[in-house]
Design a protein around this ligand. Structure first.
Ligand SMILES: C[C@H](O)[C@H](O)[C@H]1CNC2=NC(N)=NC(=O)C2=N1
Length: 105
């Protein structure tokens, strides 16, 4: 990637959050947890990682015995939220649903 992604404005972030139900803003990150047992979480993470490699955008991932949490920001934008974060969030939602993971919030 050569272009530096543009940080979203506060108004754009609010609109993007409306379009990403279940994702919570935590400063300059968005985050969402899914209930899934450990080994299922490993499979889910592998699938997410394949997609991340394709799109060149990566979440921070925290796997616990009964849930997994994804946290996203754009490092290339100075750790600010960009459209790429919300695109990845939607992709993670679809993959998590396909894996039968339970939304935690
Ligand atoms: C060169 C490469 O595409 C960049 O470093 C990508 C990789 N994945 C990334 N992932 C995230 N979340 N933010 C980035 O800025 C980012 N940059």
């Amino acid at each position: 990637m050569t272009d530096t992604p543009a940080p979203l404005t506060e108004r754009e972030i609010a609109a993007a959050l409306d379009g990403a139900p279940g994702w919570r803003r935590d400063g300059d990150h968005i985050t969402r947890g899914y209930g899934i047992r450990y080994h299922g979480g490993v499979a889910l993470i592998v699938h997410v990682a394949d997609t991340e490699r394709l799109i060149g955008h990566h979440a921070d991932i925290d796997l616990r015995w009964d849930h997994v949490r994804f946290t996203i920001t754009t490092h290339d934008a100075g750790h600010r939220l960009t459209a790429a974060d919300f695109d990845l969030a939607r992709r993670i939602d679809a993959i998590a649903t396909a894996h039968g993971a339970q939304p935690l919030e």
